[in-house]
Write a protein that binds this ligand. Structure first.
Ligand code: PEP
Ligand code: MN
Length: 337
């Protein structure tokens, strides 16, 4: 249930409404818009909305039938803007994240970071724990990989994002990463999502292989309702009947999510297509469609990458793409750094 307060209502009125809904067993989440304060009453209880409408300062009570509330545009009208290392996602900003699929060695990360620096990359990606389809495939360097990553990123003035697979890794990840990544396969790992609500760093939440938009937003709702508002949603392609591309990158996600939610939505055209030559066109299309950021695989020696080389851009390609995106962004009123 969302309680829309009248314009410029007093703190006292807001406090009284919060007190009232808490006394009825709800949790209160406050969103301060430019004109209106919105109070989200979240809980398994039911209450006659008229009892709230009668309170001082209340303009309207909206019963939300969809399960997601705090992540919805109705709860918070303005875009959530998430800033990491000077790079912003949301609110007219397009944040770029680039790096290899997986951390292979110090040398590989260092050389890739050297290249990415030339294209102004400030947030680097790289997996240390890899959710591989086959148990026999390279599983990642683990904590050793995160150590390498942190040290390379620090030397290049970059922030770090890496995928976390389970809650027991949170304390370890806190030491190395600036953004937690929840992979597509873990989008509905509800215990992990709830635990991501307890961290303060931003979380990239990838859309599951067959997840609907509602399911994606409900997964984000787990994180936000558990206390972490800094969620970046990521479209990374869904599974369809098409076999030519690795996945089908669903670009309609961008306008759909932008309408339903205030959270930033980024795309991952690398996993979304699985083919290097499809990454730049789909990145350009993503920016044109209004995405808030991109997550792109780049490897200094993509032909010899241990993982996902075929979908990783060569650094020169990334640089050309970056220049294209800088031209496209202003056309759709967006800013790229
Ligand atoms: C990744 O980004 O490294 C990854 C494994 O992606 P996804 O979870 O989207 O498959
Ligand atoms: Mn990959």
């Amino acid at each position: 249930m969302l309680i829309i307060m009248r314009e410029h209502v007093s703190e006292n009125c807001i406090d009284k409404v919060v007190e009232f809904i808490k006394s009825k067993g709800f949790e209160a989440h406050i969103s301060q818009g430019e004109l209106h304060t919105v109070i989200g009453a979240v809980g398994a209880k039911t209450i006659d909305p008229r009892n709230i409408e009668l309170l001082d300062g209340v303009q309207e009570v909206i019963k939300i039938t969809s399960g997601y509330k705090l992540t919805s545009r109705i709860f918070k009208e303005d875009d959530t803007i998430i800033e990491v290392n000077g790079i912003k996602f949301g609110g007219g900003n397009v944040g770029l994240i680039a790096g290899p699929c997986t951390i292979e060695s110090y040398d590989q990360m260092d050389k890739t970071a050297d290249e990415l620096e030339k294209s102004n990359v400030k947030i680097m990606r790289g997996g240390a724990f890899k959710p591989r389809t086959s148990p026999y495939a390279f599983q990642g360097l683990g904590e050793e990989g995160l150590k390498i990553f942190r040290s390379v990123a620090d030397n290049h003035g970059m922030a770090v994002t890496s995928e976390i697979m389970e809650s027991s890794q949170i304390d370890m990840f806190e030491k190395y990463v600036d953004i937690f990544q929840i992979g597509a396969r873990n989008m509905q790992n509800y215990n992990l999502l709830k635990d991501m609500g307890k961290v303060t760093k931003p979380v990239i939440l990838k859309r599951g292989l067959s997840a609907t938009f509602e399911e994606l937003l409900l997964s984000a709702e787990y994180i936000v309702s558990s206390g972490n508002k800094n969620v970046i949603l990521c479209e990374r392609g869904i599974r369809t009947f098409e076999k030519y591309t690795r996945n089908t990158l669903d670009l309609s996600t961008i306008p759909v999510i932008k309408k339903l939610s205030h959270l930033p939505i980024i795309t991952d055209p690398s996993h979304g297509t699985g083919l290097r030559d499809k990454v730049a066109p789909m990145s350009r299309a993503s920016v044109a469609a209004g995405c808030d950021g991109l997550l792109i695989e780049v490897h200094y020696d993509a032909d010899n990458a241990i993982c996902d080389g075929a979908q990783s851009l060569y650094p020169e390609e990334y640089n050309m793409l970056y220049n294209d995106l800088k031209q496209i962004a202003p056309v759709v009123n967006k800013k790229i750094y």
